[in-house]
Ligand binder design. Sequence first.
Ligand SMILES: [Zn+2]
Length: 310
Amino acid sequence: MSDLTIVMYHYVRPIKGSRFPGIKGLELEGFRNQLDYISTEFNVVSTEQVVDASKNGSKLPPNACWLTFDDGYKDHFEFVLPELVSRKLVGAFFPPRAAIEENIVLDVNSVQHILSSTQCISGLISKINEYCRVAGMSDRQISKLHNKLAFANRFDDANTIYVKRMLQHALPETLRSEIVKQLFKDIIGIKLEEFSKELYMTVEEVKVLIEHGMYVGSHGSMHYWLDRKSAEEQEKEIQHSLEFLNGVGASLKDWVMCYPYGAYNHDTLSLLRKYKASIGITTKVRVANLKIDNPLELPRLDTNDLPQYL
Ligand SMILES: [Zn+2]
């Protein structure tokens, strides 16, 4: 068997009634239900089985399913790990180094929390555009960006995508970091350093995942869109992340790369070959076939593509 359903998870936590009830994530109850469903319909495989099947052509069980958890959230330690352990299942976790080791909040997460705490998206857009004007951008430049970026995808409407893309990569890095910091302060009102400690696992917690037989692989350090970085910058990201993995005791043999935002280019693929990664996982949406797919470009389903309430 060479078909492999790779499932991607981000936030997994009790959301209703929490401090961020608007956050887009999977309710813990939905996760439990989904694991029940997966346990009946699929055979959950380990990262080692996936690597072996990809490298050596060994057979996967029928309906093989590989569980992957991105971004190093504390949710994964607090809620996911106990659920997996009690069901004797394993998963693969991809924490970005800077979030775990340096107590920063990744821009992607600041923006998600800003959006989740915003009732009026057009008000938020006006604020962002105002910051851009103050920084010297013309109305014409701003509306050009809007026309280029504001397109809905399968999870978000056009305005939400505009906010995300402006603050994730479209604006110059210093400007967007400054805007994100300011919006976070105004809207969330928690110190970023404190928030980082709440949001991400500690180094010790990542080690505990490994002690419980979980796989920990690379998700970069700063969670950049790698396709927007030079080969040199990408190499630094990969090196930093591998140092981190080595430090927490993760295996670097046949390591797995999970591309932040699913973004990569030719340089990324060459670097992964140079540093001997065995698997790369993307956000292309379909079931993978290890016989046909490039092992460095495996597609994944989102948790929302599988039932969560039975
Ligand atoms: Zn990520």
